[in-house]
Design a protein around this ligand. Structure first.
Ligand SMILES: [Zn+2]
Length: 405
């Protein structure tokens, strides 16, 4: 009999001054409404621990340095651009890169309108038009559309997404991933969702070369999403450390798909083949679990940067090692959110980057993604914060513009 079963015995309850005859207090409920009869029945998805440690808890509503958010998918009703700017002002966000998802000049002109009144606060990025990517003649139309989007004001491309079936791929249901939303917004490059499965070009596919070249000629950096959190590829059993999120975003790699390692290698080959094109691999290139490997890729490719967006939960579990990684690759890591704008979201990202707080939980669904891990601060020093918040993004943008011909 374990301690809990012993505690449930009526005479023990009585001894502990809880008379079993008493009106049973309303039994605590699980978030799912299921009464907590037996803690043994608590499912991991319903496990909502609260830290009770009497330790420092930092409230950091504003970034230590003016920040550039290099990863934002724009604002949807009911949130307006005006409201978003208020959150940006309060949090010290100087500028945000907006992935408009537009891959044609017509669409781009539509999407850019609400940002017109906020000069200097937003950089609008477009997508690639992957229509007919499997047809002869691709990507000449896509290159033309890119030039027109550039003329219309697009200053970068992203977020391009390849989770195994290539850019602009459609359908494929569970083979790819489940869930309407994307964990890091897929590019909507002309690919209308349908279930007819198509396979698109991977980053180092020769069909992408004219597009990568055009990006460097136009001085446009590119934000690329390859793969997904590693736990999505692992066995989904009780040994999976990131089980609940891994299950939600599970990826079943089918024969015609690229797996995690192939995607990482494909993007590195593209960056190597196009040294004048500036790539930002978002979400730590989904190598948050193997930063040594990521460090090697950054060392070999000076035109490659990473953004930290939507991987705060995955990194705030290993703060010491991550802080060392930030120091070692101080000039190549860009601040990014990939989350809806609100004061709490920003404050939690600042707390993780700046404080030495330990063992705290953030249950916002956009933040913690059902990981059951407590979070910790990296305690990054001022010079690293200045680069990560601001100067690295500027450096990447300037590097791209300097390469323009
Ligand atoms: Zn994203």
């Amino acid at each position: 009999m374990n301690r809990r079963q012993w505690m449930a015995l009526p005479w023990v309850a009585a001894a502990l001054g809880r008379s079993s005859a008493q009106e049973p207090a309303a039994s605590p409920q699980l978030p799912s409404g299921v009464p907590v009869e037996e803690p043994d029945n608590v499912l991991l998805k319903d496990y909502y621990p609260k830290s009770i440690y009497k330790i420092p808890q930092s409230a950091i509503p504003k970034a230590r340095y003016p920040a550039i958010d290099v990863h934002c998918h724009g604002f949807r009703p009911p949130q307006s651009v005006e409201e978003a700017v208020k959150f940006m002002d309060a949090a010290g966000i100087e500028k945000s890169v907006i992935f408009t998802g537009a891959s044609t000049p017509e669409r781009f002109n539509e999407v850019k309108a609400p940002y017109a009144g906020h000069a200097g606060r937003f950089d609008l990025w477009c997508g690639f038009d992957f229509t007919g990517a499997d047809q002869p003649g691709f990507p000449s139309n896509a290159v033309k559309a890119l030039e027109e989007c550039h003329r219309a004001g697009a200053v970068g491309i992203g977020e391009l997404s390849d989770k195994g079936r290539g850019f602009g791929a459609r359908g494929g249901g569970r083979g790819g991933r489940r869930g309407a939303g994307d964990r890091g917004g897929a590019d909507r490059g002309g690919a209308a969702p349908s279930n007819a499965e198509t396979i698109g070009p991977h980053p180092d596919d020769p069909r992408m070369d004219p597009l990568w070249q055009k990006c460097s000629q136009l001085g446009m950096p590119v934000n690329v999403h390859v793969s997904d959190p590693i736990w999505s590829y692992q066995k989904l059993d009780n040994t999976n450390d990131g089980l609940m999120n891994g299950y939600t975003w599970r990826i079943d790699v089918k024969p015609n798909m690229y797996g995690h390692d192939q995607l990482i290698e494909s993007l590195e080959r593209a960056a190597g083949k196009h040294p004048k094109t500036v790539f930002i691999a978002c979400h730590f290139m989904n190598l948050d679990y193997d930063l040594t490997r990521l460090g090697g890729i950054l060392d070999r490719n000076p035109n490659l940067y990473v953004d930290v967006s939507a991987r705060f939960a995955e990194t705030a579990t290993i703060p010491k090692f991550v802080a060392q990684f930030f120091q070692k690759h101080q000039k190549r890591i860009c601040y990014g959110t990939d989350m809806p704008y609100n004061a709490r979201m920003f404050a939690t990202t600042f707390r993780i980057l700046e404080s030495n707080d330990e063992h705290f939980y953030e249950r916002d669904q956009y933040f913690n993604y059902n990981y059951h891990w407590p979070l910790n601060g990296f305690g990054l020093p001022a010079p690293v914060l200045k680069d990560v918040y601001h100067d690295n993004a500027l450096r990447a943008f300037q590097q791209a513009r300097k390469n323009a011909t």
